[in-house]
Ligand binder design. Structure first.
Ligand code: DLL
Length: 394
C-alpha cells in the first residue's frame, strides 16, 4: 500500500522543485535564528539566497555530532523551548546526550513518514502493531507508536524486554506486524525455538526492523522462524528518528526509499567530504527540509551506504543501500549507540585504574555483549571484591 500516493510518486522534476522551495525556507530559518549557522555562512561569505537549490548544497558546511554536543542542550534549536511538544535524546560521544526537539508540526511530519514507512512495509490500518522498540528518550518506541496511530493501526506498546510476556501477547493478540531491532527479533525467534513454541500460533505477517545494521542472512533466519516478511527501517534521532527511509516489502533487497520531500540525502567521500555520484559508497549526509524546532544542515551521519534511483519501482523517491558500516567508531549494542569514549570517561575518572582498556564485543545467542577489560594501577585491587563490584557497576 502507498500511504501518500501524490508525494511518494511525484515526478522527479516536481520533487526537485518542492525540495528547492523547502530548502530556501529552511536555510533562511537557520540563518536568521541560529547564531551557529549564521557564523558558519558568514565565515564562508555565503548568503542563504546564494543557494539556488539542492544542487548547491555541497557549497555549505557539514554539521557534525560534535556541533550538537558543543551547543548542548538547545543551542541549535530555532524556536523557544516553550514551543516544543516533545524532546528525545540519543547517546553522545561523552556523558552528554544529543538532544532533539519537535514542534507540533515536526511531530506531524514524524507521524507522516512513519505512516508511509509502515504502509511500505506491508502494514494496513486494519492490522495490529506489536511495538517492541524501547519507549522513552529513544525515538523508536514513541515514533513508531504515533505514526502507526496516524495510519489507523491498533498499537500494542510492549516496549523492549520481558520476552516471556512478548510471546504471550503475540499469541493472544494475534498482531500482524512486529517492529523491533533485528537482534530482538532473533531473540524472540530463538526463544520460540528453545521452548518448542510453534510460531504459526502467532499471526505475524510483517516485521519492521532497524536501529542497528543487519544482513540478508539474518533476514532469512527471522523470516523463516517467524513466518514474516522482514523489511529494513532506517533513521536517526538527529534527523527525526526512525522513518528516514524504509524498504518496500515487495522490493526486498533493492534498498530503502528515503522520504526525500523531507530529508535530502547526499553521499560524500569519508576522507575529503567531496560529493560522490549515485551508486558510489560513502558517508550519508542528510539535510532536513521541513523541520521547525531542530532543522539540520548537511548532517554527517557517519553511516556508510550508497544511493540509487535504479530500482525505484513503485515510488519516485531515491533508494539507499543497507548501511555497510560506520565512518567513526560508534558501536551499536542491541540498538543502543555506544562510543568507546563513554566507557573511557568512566575509566579515566577512577584513579585505581589505568587508562588502558579493551572493549570486547561478542554475540551471545543473538544478543551483543560488551566486555570491558581494564588494567589496574595497583595489584592490590585485584583482591578487593567490593571495589571491583563498584567499578563494574559504574
Ligand atoms: O536508531 C532510530 C531508529 C529507531 C531507527 C528504530 C530505526 C528503528 P539513533 O538512536 O539516533 O536512532 O541511532 C541512529 O543507528 O546513525 C545508524 O548508525 C543506526 N541505524 C539506525 N537504523 C539502522 C538500520 C535510531 N536500519 C543510528 N541499519 C544511525 C543500520 C541503523 N543502522
Amino acid at each position: 500500500m502507498i500511504y501518500n500516493k501524490e508525494i511518494e510518486t511525484l515526478p522527479l522534476k516536481e520533487l526537485r522543485e518542492l525540495q528547492n522551495k523547502r530548502l530556501a525556507t529552511m536555510l533562511n530559518r537557520i540563518y536568521t535564528k541560529v547564531p551557529f549557522y549564521k557564523n558558519k555562512f558568514d565565515e564562508l561569505g555565503i548568503n542563504p539566497g546564494d543557494i539556488k537549490g539542492v544542487q548547491d548544497l555541497h557549497l555549505l558546511p557539514f554539521t557534525k555530532k560534535t556541533d550538537l554536543r558543543d551547543n548542548y542542550p538547545f543551542g541549535l534549536f530555532t524556536c523557544d523551548v516553550t514551543k516544543l511538544n516533545r524532546i528525545h535524546c540519543s547517546s553522545g560521544t561523552t556523558g552528554k546526550p544529543t538532544v532533539v526537539g519537535y514542534t507540533k508540526n515536526d511531530l506531524d511530519v514524524f507521524d507522516e513518514v512513519i505512516a508511509r514507512s509502515l504502509a511500505c512495509a506491508g502494514a494496513t490500518p486494519e492490522m495490529r502493531l506489536h511495538n517492541a522498540y524501547g519507549y522513552g528518550l529513544f525515538t523508536g518506541g514513541l515514533g513508531m507508536h504515533s505514526g502507526a496511530t496516524k495510519l489507523g493501526m491498533t498499537v500494542i506498546p510492549v516496549s523492549g524486554g520481558m520476552t516471556d510476556r512478548q510471546l504471550q501477547l503475540l499469541e493472544d493478540f494475534q498482531s500482524e506486524v512486529i517492529c523491533c531491532t533485528p537482534s530482538y527479533a532473533q531473540t524472540i525467534a530463538n526463544e520460540c525455538e528453545k521452548r518448542g513454541i510453534d510460531t504459526s500460533r502467532f499471526n505475524l505477517k510483517y516485521a519492521i526492523l532497524g536501529a542497528e545494521p543487519w544482513t540478508d542472512a539474518i533476514r532469512k533466519e527471522i523470516e523463516q522462524k517467524l513466518n514474516v516478511k522482514a523489511t529494513n527501517i532506517y533513521g536517526l534521532s538527529e534527523i527525526i528518528g526512525p522513518g528516514v527511509s524504509q524498504e518496500d516489502f515487495e522490493e526486498q533487497g533493492t534498498g530503502s526509499y528515503i522520504w526525500e520531500d523531507h530529508f535530502f540525502p547526499e553521499i560524500v567521500d569519508k576522507d575529503t567530504g567531496e560529493p560522490l555520484p549515485y551508486g558510489e559508497e560513502g558517508v550519508l549526509v542528510l539535510t532536513t527540509l521541513t523541520k521547525e524546532a531542530f532543522p539540520v544542515l548537511r548532517y554527517w551521519t557517519n553511516d556508510i551506504c550508497s544511493l540509487s534511483y535504479d530500482h525505484s519501482i513503485k515510488r519516485t523517491h531515491v533508494k539507499m543501500s543497507p548501511i555497510k558500516g560506520r565512518s567513526d567508531d560508534m558501536l551499536i549494542i542491541r540498538g543502543v549507540n555506544l562510543f568507546h569514549t563513554q566507557v573511557e570517561d568512566v575509566i579515566t575518572n577512577i584513579k585505581e585504574l589505568s587508562p588502558n582498556y579493551q572493549l570486547i564485543v561478542s554475540k551471545h545467542n543473538a544478543m551483543d555483549i560488551v566486555e570491558v577489560k581494564v588494567e589496574v594501577v595497583d595489584n592490590a585491587l585485584i583482591n578487593n571484591e567490593d571495589l571491583i563490584k563498584k567499578f563494574s557497576k559504574k
